[in-house]
Design a protein around this ligand. Sequence first.
Ligand SMILES: Cc1ncc(COP(=O)(O)O)c(C=O)c1O
Length: 466
Amino acid sequence: MRDAIVDSVRKGVATETDRDEASRSAARRSDRRHVLHPWSAHGALEPVVVAGAAGAHFWDEKGRRWLDFSSQLVNVNVGHQHPKLIAAIQAQAETLCTVAPYHANAATSEAARLIAELAPGDLNRVFFTNGGAEAVENAIRMARLHTGRHKILAAYRSYHGATAGAIAATGDPRRWPSEPGAPGIARFWGPYSYRSAFHAADAAQECTRALEHLADTIMVEGAHGIAAILLETVVGANGILVPPDGYLQGVRALCDAQGIVMIADEVMAGFGRCGEWFAVDRWKVVPDLITFAKGVNSGYVPLGGVIMSDAIAADFEARAYPGGLTYSGHPLACAAAVACIGIYKEEGLIARARLLGEEVIAPALQAMQARHPVVGDVRGLGAFWAIELVRDRATREPLVPFNASGRADAPMTEFAAACKQHGLWPFVVANRMHIVPPLSIDEQALRDGLAIVDEALHVADRYYAG
Ligand SMILES: Cc1ncc(COP(=O)(O)O)c(C=O)c1O
């Protein structure tokens, strides 16, 4: 299998076949002519025209199937086309498709009640949005109103969304073309043991030093002006960076000491991805605000939101909350959330994610690390893992340069192509592959997918120079 992958990648067979098939499709022609895809240069774009999906698989118009190791954009947590989720959306459509957000309705009320019940501590009220970026925007707004302060501390190596405030808070290269952005964001380094900004020798030292650095950042930025610390509980798109034990508790303590609002962005990490309802549960930390989206209803209808503490909710008892969206609490999206939360419970998917991580994914990735020199680090939890590829294990030089594109990114492009050619849809970003399948993935399918990754890594091994 290894040689087949390497050969086919070298010959570019997969790419040619994809192009021929796609060129016959009217959907593809209209897409190429009329659709602007996010984050893409359109000249070179060859999107797969997805014709259908079920469980952990999706397929194109010619019936070519892929095992979805990406959960699309890490959102399809219960898998594709779950019958109960479809039925709930259909039933809601029959009853009430849409209402203005100043009305109450059964679907929105029930979704809010369930989310509040699952959320830790006194986070009891929900403001619904259409997705993650709007959730972050509104969390920032709430923190500013609550504290009367303006500044937001946000981490390097983070992603918070593509609207004006969320992209300004984002700590990765997707922010650069939007600069200069919204003012009032200051930045800090979070923990990342494999590439420690603090020259730490182990996780405990990384934790201590990252917290000292954060305390110093607060000091020099001026605590009196800082409204919130915004951070992903487990950093997602920037590398599946699991914080060392004690870090989030330390952030909570710093916030408490200085009257700063703690915002946990759980748009990607929440709703089971980390083997917990909310990733903060793993460390028993209660933030003041949690932002969510994606897994709340597995993306079947766009939905996001902010869950707020009683103290923040109380701000808007007597005075109006100065923010809104036509589709806040959209009934179809909220009915999907109610059904999705029900599926998580009935199928035990939260605990299942934890078990799959511990018993299947972790051992498989560790074995890959032992077999493939190019694998520098493996890390994660639940159904949320990363394989980090390096040119040299001793220096930890990434397999491709920071923010690489085009020829410089070839090792990763070829690795991804090898996965796709053998029926696996990977989530490849920078010098990493993220292993983020649906939480409901069949165990054998998961093992088969991991075997494809293992074989495809031989393509990346060819670039190892250590
Ligand atoms: C942690 C985090 N926050 C916010 C967002 C933005 O969410 P959306 O794309 O729904 O606006 C994302 C998207 O990937 C995310 O991962």
